[in-house]
Design a protein around this ligand. Structure first.
Ligand SMILES: Nc1nc2c(ncn2[C@@H]2O[C@H](COP(=O)(O)OP(=O)(O)OP(=O)(O)O)[C@@H](O)[C@H]2O)c(=O)[nH]1
Ligand SMILES: [Mg+2]
Length: 233
């Protein structure tokens, strides 16, 4: 056990999430564990931006950073990581697929000193909505490829829930712009022999009709990213 419990920065990349932004902020607050919430709006054009000033008045711990044009999830996450000030950094998507009630489980292996980094896995037996078969297959193939290349036994490389010590994540140079953030950070952690733990989380996937944006192109980019960082840094 660490002598003082570490504090948590929640980094939230946001692009056109008008429908869910308020609900997810409420859920993050309700966890009682977020010392600061760094919301990076990645050039939203659906009215999300217009909600942010009101939300910042309501949520005392919220800090808002605006990208003046859309750059991609990875770019938004990297901006948020650079701005984080607390001991630990947790990435939180702005849709309702991932549930902040899982924070205690995500933090535990870090608090007791077993892990350097924790991933929340959607495939380890937590409650999940039973939809999106092909999306799951793509996730499993990308995870298998990660395991083959980096000699790991991950079950969910692409998960959005990842928690890092701030000093560690801020020390790793990251280049990702879009959905290549997940393979890039995973490759770099595994190459650096960091102790990555997984814990089961619940998962409530949305469908494309509900605003999902990741696509086949992103899977090919992930393959390329995994291969590239196996051989260069
Ligand atoms: N799609 C997309 N999302 C972005 C962008 N910038 C930030 N985000 C945010 O990144 C998070 C993940 O995006 P989603 O579209 O939900 O991606 P997904 O298909 O659920 O994929 P994963 O959650 O990464 O498995 C959300 O909070 C988005 O609002 C961007 O340029 N494109
Ligand atoms: Mg999502």
């Amino acid at each position: 056990m660490l002598p003082v419990p570490p504090t948590l920065s929640v980094v939230m990349p946001v692009y056109n999430e008008r429908a869910t932004i308020e609900a997810i902020l409420n859920r993050v607050e309700a966890s009682g564990l977020a010392e600061e919430i760094i919301l990076v709006d990645d050039g939203s054009s659906d009215g999300t931006r217009e909600l942010l000033a009101g939300l910042a008045r309501k949520h005392r711990r919220l800090r808002v950073i605006l990208h003046d044009r859309n750059q991609g999830k990875g770019a938004a996450v990297i901006t948020g990581i650079a701005a984080a000030t607390q001991d630990l950094v947790l990435i939180q998507d702005a849709d309702l697929e991932y549930d902040p009630r899982d924070y205690p489980a995500l933090l535990e292996p870090l608090l007791d000193g077993r892990a350097d980094v924790v991933y929340g896995s959607r495939f380890l037996g937590g409650p999940r909505r039973t939809t999106m078969f092909w999306h799951m297959i793509a996730n499993k193939l990308l995870t298998l490829m990660t395991n083959l290349l980096y000699n790991s036994i991950l079950s969910d490389m692409e998960t959005g829930y990842k928690v890092f010590p701030r000093a560690l994540i801020q020390s790793i140079p990251l280049r990702a712009k879009r959905f290549d953030f997940e393979p890039e950070i995973t490759a770099k952690l595994l190459k650096r022999k960091r102790r990555v733990f997984e814990v089961p989380i619940s998962f409530n996937p949305r469908e494309y009709s509900e605003g999902k944006k990741i696509g086949l192109k992103d899977a090919f980019q992930a393959v390329w990213t995994l291969l590239k960082y196996r051989f260069v840094d």
